[in-house]
Design a protein around this ligand. Structure first.
Ligand code: HEC
Length: 137
């Protein structure tokens, strides 16, 4: 299932993904992950806040309930190459002409930007294996 989703994401993104992959810094691969996950779906408090922000902002309307892509691209695929800085920029400012809305005026997103990134990065890395997570007890 994991393989099928990421293959679909690559197909959807096409050439854009390849171009970004070449520009991806190698250093990012060795940095510690910004999330903690157990059993694929139990996450730390901060990552849980990221999931709640994802739900509250309804990013799934365009990116799909499993981040697999719909109107907007697969974020599972996108976060393999997008840097955190690029992520923050696109979520804050949007790409209005391309249909990505701006969340700069959304407190729930702006106050949970790191957490949102951590959650989505975990999904993209394949470490968080299902979209609906629970907090580690
Ligand atoms: C109204 C639809 C819509 C909503 C809601 C939406 N997005 Fe997007 N998003 C898009 C589209 C369309 C694109 C592709 C823009 C482009 O072609 O550059 C995009 C692009 C992105 C990208 C850049 C992907 C890349 O490969 O460069 C990120 C990251 C992203 N969205 C995150 C989010 C997050 C996080 C949320 C919720 C807080 C969200 N989006 C909500 C439509 C949406």
């Amino acid at each position: 299932m994991k393989i099928r989703l990421s293959t679909l994401g690559l197909l959807l993104l096409g050439g854009a993904t390849q171009a970004q992959a070449q520009a991806a810094p190698d250093a990012a691969a060795s940095a510690p992950p910004p999330y903690t996950v157990q059993d694929g779906y139990k996450v730390d408090t901060e990552t849980m806040k990221g999931f709640r922000a994802w739900r509250a902002a309804a990013c799934d309307r365009c990116h799909g309930a499993n981040q697999e892509g719909m109107v907007g691209p697969s974020l599972v695929a996108a976060l393999k190459t997008l840097t955190k800085e690029e992520f923050v920029k696109v979520v804050t400012n949007g790409r209005l002409e391309k249909g990505m809305q701006s969340f700069g005026n959304s407190p729930v997103v702006m106050n949970n930007m790191d957490q949102l990134y951590a959650y989505l990065k975990g999904r993209s890395d394949g470490a968080i294996t299902r979209a609906k997570v629970e907090e580690i007890k």
